[in-house]
Write a protein that binds this ligand. Sequence first.
Ligand code: NAD
Length: 524
Amino acid sequence: MADPLSGVYKARQSPRVVVSRTPSGARPGRANSALSQRFERIATGRTASRQGPRYWRPEEIGSGVAPPCVPWRRYAGGNWTGVRLMRIVMIGAGYVGLVSGACLADFGHEVVCVEVDATKVDSLREGRVPIYEPGLSELVLANQAAGRLTFTTSLKAAGRGANAIFIAVGTPSLAEIGSADMRFVHDAAREIAGVIEEFTVVVVKSTVPIGAGDEVERIIAERAPRDRFAVVSNPEFLREGAAIEDFKRPDRVVIGVEDDRAREVMREIYQPIESNGGPIVYTSRRSSEMIKYAANVFLAMKVTFINEIADLCERLGADVLDVSHGIGLDDRIGRRFLNPGPGFGGSCFPKDTLALTKLAADAKAPIRLVETLVDVNDKRKTAMAAKIVAACGGSVAGKRIAVLGLTYKPKTDDMRDAPSLVIVPELQAAGARVVAYDPEGLRTAKPLLPGVEFADNAYACLKGADAAVVVTEWDEFRALDLARVKASLAAPIMVDLRNIYPIKAMKALGFRYVCVGRGFGGEG
Ligand code: NAD
């Protein structure tokens, strides 16, 4: 039987391994790093049989003997254990690929991100991270400087000799149909088929329909022998805005794997998380694919449920925040994702709910609950525009409306399916002049919102407006001087779609304050 760890990087028990530091931006590939050269030697099998896992001793860490950063280590049974290094390729350097690549490099692995967008690669090589995600720039720069994280447009150069190639490309909704567009995943699979030379684990990190792993396997097998690769499902659960923390300290890592060699490689890759007590769930590939959709759709359902309860609270004079608190204390329900608002958006929930309804319909097992939630959520965004119009006395024609927050949630610059993309055009269609401000999203929002005037800060946005609307709950909006806000506005109307201000204080200041689900009409 083949060595289950063949192709896995295993350093000698002898501690004389010096890891070179590849200068930032250097061309990735084996020739650039002593670590890679070593990997190459081991991968040829000449020394593999004599080697066991490499454990870094405390004095080696930070001494130049261990990799420059071995962030995870523990003392167990009288020994220090550390990271067994792997060579990883990440296809796609978007939100998921870049965060995953940087975090895996920070665990000590050698990571090459392959990105088709050459501008993105140039910018990353120069140390500029093209997306806003707290802590990401620092993490990318540190690991680039340490020689563990490089960027390229060529899978050919990067893919040879990798232990694992992750696919982290987009799976957007197919227009009109709603199912996941698998074009990018399939293209990546075709490229992988052309580069694997020895046993490689192909890890599907993108969110894909159930059974997609089988298709990836079929595509690769058109060019590569079946015993040379294994396809694994490893969906990602990170939240934008808290992505690094979520990746490094996840609630769980889900691995859908049906091949023992691949399972070992995956175990090594995630060993730092396991060592830190993070649960790793091993399951079949299809179950793993289903876990991702079921998790996202369940959370979307929670959000939609509380949004509908909020509407009912407005009719019946109850306060949805007390209701969320009261039901959330029940362990079976939980407090998270029970904050009412303008409807969910973002890069995942809208497309994943749609994709699951399509999958279910195709499988002749329609999920009516989810079909309904998609419809309810779509209509909610339009209903929020109507709520703003009503708060302005029934018309916004000719009025200046200040919109605070455009991104689909705080701490990201992501505008994908943001509620603002429906609310703002609805207000414009009703005759409003919209001025908007977002702390991080202006660059991404500007091309998507024609006819909007953009302000440089919140107070400039509010100046002379006939009403203010909070669409995204950035912390800096919570910290605004409310008296100054009132003085800046031409009329003291605040529509708060995220419930960030205290009703009493707003009323005491003389605002007409309309929020979501808090008393009759959302007016306390
Ligand atoms: P993204 O659009 O931000 O990034 C995808 C990247 O892949 C782009 O930069 C694109 O240029 C690149 N790409 C496409 N084809 C390529 C190829 N053949 N070779 C190299 N690069 C290629 O997408 P994302 O938000 O990172 O999402 C990726 C996947 O992860 C999706 O399936 C998504 O559903 C899932 N996901 C996303 C999140 C999130 O919060 N964004 C969270 C969990 C899971």
